[in-house]
Design a protein around this ligand. Structure first.
Ligand SMILES: [Zn+2]
Length: 217
């Protein structure tokens, strides 16, 4: 706890003076580029590996980066409200769902221990992940947990499309949905490439390919 408090003091004394103006601008309103959905795991440092600044991404964060499918009777959830804000009010153009290696929520899918009943119930939203194994050429040394984690990204991309507004915007190409995956061991970030049926490391070569794809639509 003291480390966090000291961090606040350091931010106030050393960082804030350099970026105070940016916060004054942000106080007038936010216009993030994308909605990003990633896991609560403390090691998934999205802002670090995507080099983002305050105001650039709207975040939905929960164990397992899950998006419960849309309920017809407007059952409130953090996911539904976040999607609504990002897509209907902030008009983001992209949604990124980002899974990660060694995910505890994915482990809960394969474990049989009963010490975490709430987590067990929550990860039911990832139960269909195995159905997506055929869409991914996994690395040979991948654990079952990491396979589930990548497949779960594709499942959650489909769950996102159960929200009518999202589906409409995607079909009219006003919104794009991307699947990413973060490897904690190497620090590499991957993008799901449908034509290759695999998650590919985002490097300059893949950046150029994705850029062409984005502008061809
Ligand atoms: Zn996780």
């Amino acid at each position: 706890m003291l480390k966090l408090l000291q961090g606040v003091v350091d931010f106030h004394d050393n960082v804030l003076p350099k970026i105070q103006e940016r916060f004054r601008e942000l106080a007038e309103g936010q216009k993030p580029d994308a909605l990003v959905v990633f896991c609560s795991d403390s090691r998934v440092a999205f802002n670090l590996f995507a080099s983002t600044d305050p105001g650039e991404v709207f975040v939905l964060r929960n164990p397992g980066n899950l998006i419960p499918p849309c309920e017809k009777d407007l059952v409130p959830s953090a996911a539904a409200a976040s999607i609504e804000i990002a897509v209907s009010l902030l008009n983001v153009r992209d949604v990124i769902i980002c899974g990660h290696s060694r995910c505890g929520a994915m482990q809960a899918l394969v474990d049989h221990e009963q010490d975490s009943p709430f987590l067990k119930e929550w990860v039911k939203h990832a139960h269909g992940a195995r159905n997506y194994f055929s869409k991914i050429n996994f690395e040979p040394d991948f654990t079952e947990r990491d396979q589930l984690s990548q497949a779960n990204v594709l499942l959650q991309m489909d769950h996102l499309l159960t929200y009518p507004k999202v589906k409409t915007l995607v079909e009219s190409r006003q919104l794009q949905v991307h699947g990413w995956w973060f490897d904690i061991v190497t620090g590499n970030v991957f993008s799901y490439e449908e034509d290759l049926k695999k998650f590919q490391v985002i490097d300059q070569i893949l950046f150029d390919k994705i850029q062409k794809r984005l502008f061809s639509k």
